[in-house]
Every structure is written in C-alpha cells, then in structure tokens.
Design a protein around this ligand. Structure first.
Ligand code: HEC
Length: 293
C-alpha cells in the first residue's frame, strides 16, 4: 500500500517543525543574558531541596524559615493568606499540634466587638489568620517612611520571574523548557544577601538602601538580617546566608503549599504516560504487522 509512505511525510515535517521551534526557543532564551541590560542584577541560582521532579520541602528548614519570619520579618510584613493551623498541615513545616497552639497563643490578635461594643485583643488560636503588623496600609506607610512593606503570602511566586528575565525575550520559555521554577526563592535569597555599599558615584535617595539584587538598586527596606540575629536550636549556622535560605524556602512553601503533592502526582502521571505510550506502540505494531503493505 502506498498509504504508509504518504502518511509518514507530514509527520516527519511536523517533527522537524517542532524540533526547529524548540531550538529557536532555547536559542533565543540562552542568548538573552548577553544582551539583557547590564545594569540589571543577575540572580544566582541556588540549590533547593524542592527543585526537580522529585523535589520536596526540608521540614527543618521550613521550621527555621518560619522562625526567621516570625522573629524578624513579621515586624513589618504580614502574611494574611496564612492561618496558624497551616503550619501543622502535611507538606509544610509540619509543626506538632501543640507547637501550633503555642505559636498562635503567643500572638495577640484583634477580635470583637465585645458586649460593650469595643474591640479587644486576645491570644491567637490555630484557626486565626496571621496577625498583620499594621492596622492598615496607611499606618504601614507612615511607619516606613512612605514605603509599603508588601504582604509576603505569595511573594515567592510574585517574584518568580526576576525583573531582568521578564523583559528578556523568551527568557520564560527557556525556564519552562529547563523546568526551572525556583526564580522566586533565588531572588529572595539574592535580595536578603544583596545589601552592600553603593558604588562610587551612585546618588542615593534619602532613606533608601543600596541592594545589588533589587531592580533599580535602591530599596526602602533596611537590611533585615545580620549574623547571630535568630537563635537556631538545631545547630544550623547562624549566618545571613543561612537565614535567607531558610526564610526563602519558607516563603516558597507559603506561596505554593501543594508543591510536594503536585510533583508527586506529576511524576506518577509521567510514568503512566510512558508505559501507556509503549503499550500503544506495541499494539500498533501488532495490528499493522498483520496487514499487507
Ligand atoms: C523595618 C521593616 C522591615 C523588616 C523588618 C523587613 N522588611 Fe521587607 N520590606 C520593608 C519595606 C518598607 C519594603 C518596601 C521596599 C520598597 O518598596 O522599596 C520591603 C520590601 C520587601 C520585599 C519586596 C522586594 C521587592 O522585590 O519588591 C521583600 C521580598 C521583603 N521585603 C522581604 C522581607 C523579609 C524576608 C524580611 C525578613 C527577613 C523582611 N522583608 C523584613 C520593610 C521591612
């Protein structure tokens, strides 16, 4: 039969087109850092336990990261999408039920009105949302010299494409093909460790701090971390680098609490599809081998 010869040609063309298109994507993607604006910061990729197809969070790291958030960042940043009970749920820091109760109870949360119509504060419960440091955005700005410390609930996702990559043509396509999803924590780590003296000749706006990773390099947040600031009890190094790794991992979990579940399912689906593809191929061979052609 001549059908097989004819029917193969389009598929080959299609395959060629797909390969050419992928190469073009990768090519443009790889080429971007070279012509990306040189003054924009380059964010270094870090090793994370949650990268790759079998990625998962490191419980101890998430617990330390929460400690850093609670003791340092929570003074200025809220995480209003989280509730204290989330800290004990599977796939996260997995604090014990008693630890979650103690964490919540250590925070005074606003409640009310009571019988006299007045608002009051009481110790938190696991079902309460994380307490915000300010009553409203205006107070937050007033306290921080006009700058608003953003809510950190989904910050790791909001900054998952660093500014320079967002503007680089097809940088996102390169990341999709390479399966790179850690742009958020990479940026957060770079930001926390990026405070340095401004280079000679930089005109700093009053109240701003020089940061190598921040777009534009002038940020209203003073360097929040310093060595020995947070007292780790598990023997991990008490350094800015370690604090920023831990808090970045914690913020990644907050932004994507179902990451482990997603990766587990994804891997199973891939294995299933590979087995199915092999079976379909063998079935196709079996059926067509009996036909004359
Ligand atoms: C003294 C208050 C203060 C503390 C403490 C603080 N921040 Fe900030 N943060 C700010 C302010 C103000 C901004 C807004 C900066 C700006 O817009 O220039 C900010 C901005 C940020 C941003 C957004 C940067 C961007 O790309 O837009 C992140 C992320 C961040 N903070 C993380 C943290 C983390 C993590 C901690 C704890 C280790 C922390 N901050 C502690 C005040 C604070």
């Amino acid at each position: 039969m001549s059908i097989s010869g004819d029917s193969r040609r389009p598929s080959r063309t299609l395959r060629g087109a797909i390969i050419a298109l992928s190469l073009a994507f990768v090519g443009t993607g790889l080429g971007t850092p070279a012509h990306a604006a040189s003054e924009e910061p380059e964010i270094a990729k870090q090793p994370w336990s949650f990268s790759g197809v079998t990625g998962h969070y490191d419980r101890a790291q998430l617990q330390r990261g929460f400690q850093v958030y609670q003791e340092v960042c929570a003074a200025c940043h809220g995480m209003r999408l989280l509730r204290y009970r989330n800290l004990g749920e599977p796939g996260g820091p997995e604090f014990s039920a008693d630890a979650v109760k103690a964490i919540a109870a250590a925070v005074e949360v606003p409640d009310g009105p009571n019988d006299d119509g007045e608002m009051f504060e009481r110790p938190g419960r696991p079902a309460d949302a994380f307490r915000s440091p300010y009553a409203n955005d205006n107070e937050a700005r007033a306290v921080n010299g006009g700058a608003l410390p953003p809510d950190l609930s989904v910050m790791a996702k909001a900054r998952s494409i660093p500014t320079h990559a967002a503007f680089a043509p097809l940088g996102w396509a390169r990341d999709i093909i390479a399966g790179y999803q850690e742009g958020g924590p990479d940026y957060l780590h770079a930001l926390m460790t990026g405070y340095e003296d401004a280079p000679e000749g930089t005109e700093m706006v009053e109240g701003m701090h020089y940061n190598a990773a921040f777009a534009g390099h002038q940020i209203a947040m003073p360097s929040p971390l310093s060595d020995d600031l947070v007292d780790y009890t598990d023997g991990s190094p008490k350094t800015v680098d370690q604090y920023s790794r831990d808090v970045s991992a914690y913020l990644m979990w907050a932004a994507e609490p179902k990451l482990e579940e997603r990766k587990r399912l994804g891997l199973r689906v891939l294995i299933y599809l590979i087995i199915l593809a092999v079976l379909l191929y063998l079935t196709k061979r079996l059926i067509w081998s009996k036909l004359e052609h």
